[in-house]
Design a protein around this ligand. Structure first.
Ligand code: IPM
Ligand code: MN
Length: 367
C-alpha cells in the first residue's frame, strides 16, 4: 500500500482547529483510495516559542526533512507581537522554512464559485462567471532574501536601511516553468507581472520570460502587465486572468488582492513547492491556508475549515500524485458551500454552522 509521509504543523490561532478537520478528510480519502497516512505533528510558530523558546525548533525542522510534504496551519498572533521582528512567529518560522526547503514556487488558486459571488466585494456584474485564476509567485528570491539587507547608523546619527531586490535568470526560468505547467492544465494563458519601466530585476524578468516561453512554450498565450496596472485590472476585471506569474513581493501583494476579490480568506489554499523531489519523485511542498491565524475567532469553533482542507487536497495532488482524491475533496467542498452549509464568513443571510458541522458536511459529500 502507498504510504504518504508528511509533517503536520498546526501552529497557532485557528490552525489546530482547522487542521483537525483536514486530517479527518485525509483519513477518509485514504481509506477509500487505499493509501496509508504516516504523519507526525510538531510545534511551530508561537506554540513553539512558548514550548521551546523558538518559532522553528530543530526537532520540527528535522521531522520535515524526513517527510515528503508539510501540511501547515498558520502562525502568529497578538501574544507574540511584542517580540523583536526577527523573532516573531511569521518571520522566524515561515521565511526560514521557505529557504531551508527551497520552496521557490508559491501557487495560490483564486477561486470564487459563481454561487458564492455575493462573498466578493466586487459587483456581481463584474464577475459573471465567478473567478477562476491562479497566482504563481516566486518565493525564495527578490527583495525578501536579497543581500545586502541591513540597517546601519550613519556618522550623522541618522539610520539607513537597505533591502536588495536580486534575481538570476535561472530563478526566473524555474518559476516560469511552474507557471507553464499550471497554465497547460487550465486556460493556457500567462500574464507575467513586473515593473520593467523602473526596476532592473523586472527588465531581466520580462526578457527572460519572453525568451523562455518562446522556446519552451509556444502553445501558451503570454502577456505582460506592470504591477500597478495588474492591481487595477484585478480589481476591475479579474475574469481576464488565467495564470499570473510574478516575483516575490508583487506576488505577496497581488495574491492578497486576489484573495479579497474572491470573498473569504477562509476558502483560499496555497502550495509552496520545492526545488527538490520527494521520495515519490514529486516536488516536496508546504501546503497552507492563506487566511492566517484569525486570533479574533480562535477557540470558538467557528473558523472556516475549507482553506485547510483544500490545502490538504493540493498536497495530495502535487506532492503525492493523488489527483483523483484531490479532485474529490475539491468537489465535496464546492458541493457543501453550494448547498448552503456555510461558516459565518460566507453565510450572509443564511444560518451559519460551526467548523465541525461544515467539516462533517464535507465528509458526507465525500461518501
Ligand atoms: C504570505 C505572508 C508572508 C509573506 C509573511 C507572513 C512573511 O504574507 O505568505 O503571503 O510575506 O510571504
Ligand atoms: Mn502575504
Amino acid at each position: 500500500m502507498d504510504t504518504l509521509k508528511f509533517t503536520v504543523l498546526p501552529g497557532d490561532g485557528i490552525g489546530p482547529e482547522v487542521m483537525e478537520t483536514a486530517l479527518n478528510v485525509l483519513n477518509h480519502v485514504a481509506q477509500k483510495h487505499q493509501f496509508t497516512l504516516q504523519y507526525e505533528q510538531c510545534y511551530v510558530g508561537g506554540a513553539a516559542i512558548d514550548r521551546h523558546g523558538m518559532a522553528l525548533p530543530t526537532a520540527t525542522l528535522e521531522a520535515c526533512r524526513h517527510s515528503d510534504a508539510i501540511l501547515f496551519g498558520s502562525v502568529g498572533g497578538p501574544k507574540w507581537e511584542n517580540l523583536p521582528p526577527e523573532e516573531q512567529p511569521e518571520r522566524a518560522s515561515l521565511l526560514p522554512m521557505r529557504k531551508a526547503f527551497s520552496l521557490f514556487a508559491n501557487i495560490r488558486p483564486g477561486l470564487l464559485y459563481p454561487e458564492l459571488a455575493d462573498a466578493s466585494p466586487l459587483k456581481a456584474t463584474r464577475i459573471p462567471q465567478g473567478i477562476d485564476m491562479v497566482c504563481v509567485r516566486e518565493l525564495t528570491g527578490g527583495i525578501y532574501f536579497g543581500q545586502p539587507k541591513e540597517t546601519t547608523t550613519l556618522d550623522n546619527g541618522e539610520k539607513r536601511a537597505v533591502d536588495s531586490m536580486v534575481y538570476h535568470t535561472s530563478e526566473i526560468e524555474r518559476i516560469a516553468d511552474v507557471a507553464i505547467e499550471t497554465a497547460r492544465g487550465r486556460g493556457k494563458k500567462i500574464c507575467s507581472v513586473d515593473k520593467a519601466n523602473v526596476l532592473a530585476t523586472s527588465v531581466l524578468w520580462r526578457e527572460t520570460v519572453i525568451k523562455y516561453l518562446s522556446e519552451k512554450a509556444p502553445d501558451i498565450k503570454l502577456s505582460h502587465l506592470y504591477v500597478d496596472n495588474a492591481a487595477m485590472q484585478l480589481a476591475g476585471n479579474p475574469g481576464q486572468f488565467d495564470v499570473i506569474l510574478t516575483e516575490n513581493m508583487f506576488g505577496d501583494i497581488l495574491s492578497d488582492l486576489m484573495a479579497s476579490i474572491c470573498g473569504s480568506l477562509g476558502m483560499l489554499a496555497s502550495a509552496s513547492l520545492g526545488a527538490d523531489k520527494n521520495s515519490h519523485g514529486l516536488p516536496f511542498g508546504l501546503y497552507e491556508p492563506a487566511g492566517g491565524t484569525a486570533p479574533d475567532i480562535a477557540g470558538q469553533g467557528v473558523a472556516n475549515p475549507c482553506a485547510q482542507i483544500l490545502s490538504a487536497a493540493l498536497m495530495l495532488r502535487h506532492s503525492f500524485g493523488k489527483s483523483q482524491a484531490a479532485n474529490e475533496i475539491e468537489h465535496a467542498v464546492r458541493q457543501t458551500v453550494s448547498t448552503g452549509t456555510r461558516t459565518q464568513d460566507i453565510a450572509f443571510d443564511t444560518k451559519s454552522v460551526s467548523t465541525q458541522q461544515m467539516a462533517q458536511a464535507i465528509l458526507s459529500h465525500l461518501e
